[in-house]
Design a protein. Structure first.
Length: 448
């Protein structure tokens, strides 16, 4: 065991290097862009790798800030995380000497809480901070904690930390969620792979990233199966082994770029996009009159015939998969500003996920927010460049989309939020013909 380091009971936020994007709008995007591996898969795959002492290898890992934070968090526990080549990571959790996930990690990224299930299942204890993540609502973790308790863990909450213990093995059970939770499902599933007996999780979330995680767990020797669309069954094993996995493409990044093509009246092909994971967005684009061509591992959006300002207005509602992803609500809402008429947005998953629209209004959009879950968008808006502030990851990417379509120059502050989840976003937009630059905040002339 390495010498334990002192607890950080008092969290002192570290200064984050601030970034901004400068965007000159009005250029239709054209070309081909490769889709990166999915953030929401990679983070859970890294957590799953702690279920074994053997080395796990991941390819197609997105080079994003959240992955870097997860790698650092694991290294702090004593896990070896190597980065032998771009987009390739190896995780070896043979020696874990510090079963403590501090607020420093949790404040940066909610997905740090994904370490609860695997560390508890393998080592029988963990102290883990209540997580932060995007500012898009309360986002409690009660479902995760209840699932661990159902699996036999003893969990106390003190001073912002969960103290979880499971001497011996976790015990399999039926984990019944009151409603669908993506990471709740994943945490319960990871814990159950090493529990004693047969666990049933219901209702289990159906996101493609969860099936990617199931595929990896099976390669590790786990017995995990989605037996019905909303049911996952696991027979616990005593040990799991190392495995290799290629991360599933990011459907949220693909959707963001698909909408960028439509916003600017361009034509963009997304390489490695999984159309079958984007059914609800493809259907929405179709209803708006935007041409989408779906292949097995590529998707083309051609908005040159209709063009922004002339799309059909529609009503959208977010829902757990296979419904419209809440992470695609902000970019889709931006696109609705280019419909000819009144559209409505119902954000059904999170309660604070429409606030960013006040920034979109500053760019000329006409939006009414009657309550925290609903927006009414009157289109078409003639967007104009403005100084706006990003408050979270997906809203940030969406303000970039608005700026790409706007007349004039926008300065989008808070660009570092976007780096949490989009690999090299400005490079990808530049390759499509956009005029975009990343700047260090405080010195708008210095490229980041
Ligand atoms: C994951 C995704 C996030 C996405 C979200 C919904 C990752 C890293 N993040 O977040 O990008 O927006 O799914 O698709 O994969 N809830 C509770 N108690 C809990 C857990 C959740 O009340 O213990 C509530 C949440 O506040 C929310 C709803 O359940 O209203 C669904 O959230 P959930 O599916 O758990 O989202 P995350 O897994 O946190």
């Amino acid at each position: 065991m390495a010498e334990p380091r002192p607890f950080h009971w008092e969290y002192v936020p570290q200064p984050v290097p601030k970034e901004a994007f400068s965007v000159v709008g009005g250029t239709p995007l054209h070309g081909t862009v490769p889709v990166a591996g999915a953030k929401n898969a990679a983070l859970k795959l890294f957590a799953a790798a702690t279920l074994t002492g053997e080395r796990c290898r991941f390819t197609n890992v997105p080079e994003i800030e959240d992955v870097r934070v997860m790698a650092e968090t694991l290294r702090d526990l004593g896990v070896v995380v190597d980065h032998p080549a771009p987009n390739t990571y190896e995780v070896a959790a043979g020696d874990v000497d510090w079963l403590f996930v501090p607020l420093e990690a949790a404040a940066k990224m909610r997905a740090s809480f994904m370490l609860l299930g695997p560390l508890l299942a393998r080592f029988g204890e963990v102290i883990i901070s209540n997580p932060g993540g995007d500012r898009i609502g309360r986002r409690p973790v009660d479902l995760h904690v209840d699932a661990m308790r159902a699996l036999g863990a003893d969990i106390e909450y003190r001073y912002g930390y969960y103290y979880a213990k499971a001497p011996g093995r976790l015990r399999a059970t039926e984990v019944r969620f009151p409603f669908v939770s993506v990471m709740g499902t994943e945490n319960a599933m990871l814990a159950a792979t090493l529990a004693d007996g047969h666990t049933v999780i219901r209702p289990a979330a159906q996101e493609p990233e969860i099936d990617d995680l199931i595929a990896f767990l099976c390669k590790m020797g786990a017995d995990v199966e989605r037996t019905y669309p909303d049911t996952i069954e696991i027979v616990g094993k005593r040990r799991l082994r190392g495995a290799e996995h290629d991360v599933v493409p990011d459907r949220i990044e693909a959707g963001t770029f698909a909408i960028a093509a439509a916003m600017t009246g361009g034509k963009v092909t997304l390489e490695r996009a999984r159309c079958d994971h984007l059914d609800s967005l493809v259907e929405i684009l179709g209803r708006m009159g935007i041409a989408v061509d779906c292949g097995t591992d590529r998707l083309t959006v051609d908005a040159t015939a209709v063009g922004p300002g002339s799309y059909k207005p529609i009503d959208i509602e977010t829902a757990p998969y296979p419904g419209l992803a809440t992470d695609l609500q902000p970019p889709t809402s931006v696109l609705l500003t280019q419909a000819n008429g009144r559209s409505t947005v119902h954000e059904a998953i999170f309660e604070d996920r429409l606030e960013w629209m006040t920034e979109l209004r500053r760019m000329g959009a006409t939006i009414d927010l009657p309550d925290p879950h609903h927006a009414v968008i009157e289109g078409p808006a003639k967007l104009v460049g403005a100084d706006v502030e990003i408050s979270d990851l997906r809203a940030g990417a969406s303000l970039i989309l608005a700026a790409l379509a706007a007349r004039g120059t926008s300065l989008i502050h808070g660009g570092h939020h976007v780096r949490r989840g989009y690999e090299n976003i400005e490079r990808k937009f530049l390759d499509l013909g956009a005029r975009i630059e990343r700047l260090q905040e405080g010195d708008p002339s210095t490229p980041a």
